[in-house]
Structures are given as structure tokens and as C-alpha cells.
Design a protein around this ligand. Structure first.
Ligand SMILES: Cc1ncc(COP(=O)(O)O)c(C=O)c1O
Length: 397
């Protein structure tokens, strides 16, 4: 089909909730995507931090083919080899002990909220089900995760919200201290707020969270939906911050494009979930588990994360050069291969102009240009992206 016809059909039949670019992607290869009009794009968006291993990665292709030859879906009434091996791998490569597989980030976070509430009620008392989240956070679009999301603009049209959530400004320890009371079950946070504009937690704040959680017997839930799976140069962002989550959620890059989410917890917390407390028809089915296991195995190959860090260092060095050249760039923030350019102007037009020149990036939080390249990028791809961004800033009036 022609690009224009595909777009017209989409306009006619989709619910209009996405601001889609007028581009129809046909396929990808490595770190490049191609549209139906034959244009090629360097992908510094990675499906919003999903395609860490790019497109058509041989390990993922072969894992999916293998799943296809067995059974794509097996009910959670039964065990399947790929999902138990995946759970084992994720436990061995984290500080968590047990895993529940879901299908998205929001769904993993829903599970985290339920688990924290059950734990709070049984350990601390009937009313100890409150969860404190951060302003500017993003945790998903379901009712509970939307409520957990500390951005009023997402809430306005959809009340009544789920009771039992409190919000404090990110990186404000005093506010967090004041919000805690006997009914607090959990503190729920991203260590780098991705959708919020690539805002990195202060180490002193994280230290304070750990201390307060210990003093008041409160669970720490870390949302690594965006920052997990090697994105920050460690498998999980918590490894940068000297913090051990009681509950961790991840999704996006977990299976390199096959929809999946995971909820992980320490043994002593996970065990509050009993048979029937939670579930999912598709969660962890063989298709997703094959893709995820292959993805996790690549991420844990010796040298893989070193490559991410090497590329991140090179990218940040090049971004610093741009910052020196263009006063419109106020700040560069992030870790590993999640980087945000904080601009003096709206980032939307820069996102559009970059796309017009063959580079996908993302515009978030109004004035932040977010870069989420595949983890497999090489220096030549960074040079290519930087030269496009340089051209875009150079042409700005
Ligand atoms: C930190 C974080 N949590 C949760 C979500 C929701 O994930 P999903 O869109 O897979 O439901 C996102 C999505 O952007 C996210 O960045």
C-alpha cells in the first residue's frame, strides 16, 4: 500500500489518541527504519526505549522462530521452559527473588501496586495501603497507574481516581518525610524520570528514601519500565544508586519489541501474593518469553554493557560540543543511552525537523529532546545523528 493510503485508513479507523507522524514504517534493519515512501531513518527513539537490540537482531529472530515452531501461547495453567528459564535469568541478574510476567509497563506497575497494598495491609494494618509517588513521574495509563503518575494533566478527564496515592516533588526529601505516616505502604519512583523529561534522581535523595523506608518499614518500588534492560549502561538503573528495591517493574526493552512486562520482588514481599491474587492470560507466554530470554542473554553477554557505556560517553561528549555551540541547549542530563537535551525552546519543532532530515528522536516534557538510541549503535551512527541535530539547530531562527 502507498504511504498516503495507509495514513488515511489510520485516520479513519483509529481512536485519535496518538499524535502520529505522517509516516508509515514498513521495516527496520539494525538501527535504521524505512517508510512506505522509501525513506530511511536513523532511529534514536528505539520504539520509545523498546528496541535496544535494534531491528532483525539474529538472536531475537531465531528465538521467535523457535517459539513459532513450538506453541506461541500456553496458558499459565501450565509451566513452559522458556518462561521458567527467563524468570531464573532475571532473578540471577538482579537483587530480586521472584517474578510475575505481564504484558506491558502499566500492567507490571498495577501488579506492584497490588502487591504493596497486600503487604501493607497484612504487615502494618488494615489502612496501611497508601503509596507515595513523585511529581513529574509516569507509571502508565490504567486507572491505578494513571493515578500513580504525578502529572495532573493526565488525571483531569478521568476521575474519580484510585484512592490511596500521595504525591511529593521529585528529589525533595523533606516533602517525602512529611508525606509519610502510619498508612504508608510504599514509596514508588523512577530513578530517571523518562517521560517527565529525563530527570535523574539525586543520590542524596535516593539515600534518604532508603533511610526513611527502613525507619518506617515502607517498601521501595522502583519503576524501571524505561530505565531497565541495559538502557542506562547497567542492566537496571538501581545499580547506579546504591539502592535495593523491594519491588521492581520493567517492560519496554525486556523482549526487544514483543510486548511484555515483569514485576519482580524480594522473597519476603513476593510471598504475600497467594494463588488467585493476581494473574494474566498472556503474561509470560512462550512467544514473549523466547524473545525476552534471547534479549536478556544478549544484554548479559560479556562486553555488552561496556559497549553501551562507551557509546554513551561518546554521545555525551558530542552533545556537550553541541551545547557549547548552541545557547538554546541549557543542559544535558541522563545516564547511559537515555539522554535529554533541555532546551530554551519547545522541543516539538526540533523533533519534527530532525525527522524531516531522517532522524527519529523524541520530544518530551515540553522542552526536552530525548535520545533513546538502540544499545547496539556504533560511533558512526552517533556522528550521523549529531550532524543532523547540528544542522537542525543551525537552521533555527
Ligand atoms: C517509567 C514508565 N513506567 C510505565 C510506563 C508505561 O508502560 P506501558 O506503556 O508499557 O504500559 C512507561 C511508558 O512510557 C514508563 O516510561
Amino acid at each position: 500500500m502507498k504511504q498516503e493510503d495507509i495514513i488515511n485508513l489510520g485516520e479513519q479507523y483509529f481512536m485519535p489518541v496518538f499524535q502520529r507522524a505522517l509516516i508509515s514504517i514498513t521495516h527496520g534493519e539494525g538501527v535504521y527504519l524505512y517508510d512506505a515512501a522509501g525513506n530511511k531513518y536513523l532511529d534514536f527513539l528505539s520504539g520509545i526505549a523498546v528496541n535496544g537490540l535494534g531491528y532483525n537482531h539474529p538472536a531475537i529472530v531465531s528465538a521467535i522462530n523457535e517459539a513459532n515452531q513450538t506453541a506461541l501461547h500456553i496458558s499459565n495453567y501450565f509451566y513452559s521452559e522458556s518462561s521458567v528459564k527467563l524468570a531464573q535469568h532475571m532473578v540471577e541478574y538482579s537483587v530480586l527473588d521472584r517474578v510475575f510476567f505481564a504484558n506491558s509497563g502499566a500492567e507490571a506497575n498495577e501488579g506492584a501496586i497490588k502487591l504493596a497494598r497486600k503487604w501493607g495491609r497484612e504487615v502494618k494494618g488494615e489502612n496501611a495501603v497508601d503509596i507515595i509517588t513523585m511529581r513529574q513521574s509516569f507509571h502508565g495509563r490504567t486507572m491505578a497507574t494513571l493515578t500513580a503518575t504525578g502529572q495532573d494533566n493526565f488525571h483531569t478527564a478521568f476521575g474519580p481516581l484510585v484512592p490511596g496515592f500521595k504525591y511529593v516533588p521529585f528529589n525533595d526529601l523533606e516533602a517525602l518525610k512529611s508525606a509519610i505516616d502510619d498508612n504508608t505502604a510504599a514509596i514508588f519512583l523512577e530513578l530517571i524520570q523518562g517521560e517527565g523529561g529525563v530527570i535523574v534522581a539525586d543520590q542524596s535523595f535516593v539515600d534518604g528514601v532508603v533511610k526513611l523506608a527502613k525507619e518506617h518499614n515502607i517498601l521501595i518500588i522502583i519503576d524501571e519500565v524505561q530505565t531497565g534492560n541495559g538502557r542506562t549502561g547497567k542492566l537496571y538503573a538501581y545499580e547506579h544508586f546504591n539502592i535495593e528495591p523491594d519491588i521492581l517493574t520493567t517492560a519496554k526493552g525486556i523482549a526487544n519489541g514483543v510486548p511484555m512486562g515483569a514485576l519482580l520482588a524480594k522473597e519476603e514481599v513476593a510471598n504475600y501474593f497467594k494463588v488467585g491474587d493476581h494473574g494474566s492470560t498472556f503474561g509470560g507466554n512462550p512467544l514473549a518469553s523466547h524473545a525476552a530470554l534471547a534479549t536478556q542473554q544478549v544484554l548479559s553477554e560479556p562486553g555488552f554493557l561496556e559497549h553501551v557505556n562507551e557509546m554513551a560517553y561518546y554521545l555525551v561528549t558530542k552533545l556537550q560540543e553541541l551545547k557549547e555551540k548552541y545557547s538554546v541547549i541549557n543542559d544535558i542530563r541522563g545516564k547511559g543511552l537515555i539522554q535529554g537535551l533541555v532546551l530554551d525552546t519547545k522541543s516539538g519543532p526540533i523533533y519534527q525537523a530532525s525527522m524531516d532530515k531522517g532522524l527519529f528522536v523524541s520530544a518530551t516534557a515540553g522542552n526536552v529532546l530525548r535520545l533513546l538510541p538502540p544499545l547496539i549503535i556504533e560511533k558512526e551512527h552517533i556522528d550521523e545523528a549529531i550532524s543532523i541535530i547540528d544542522e537542525v539547530f543551525g537552521e533555527m531562527k
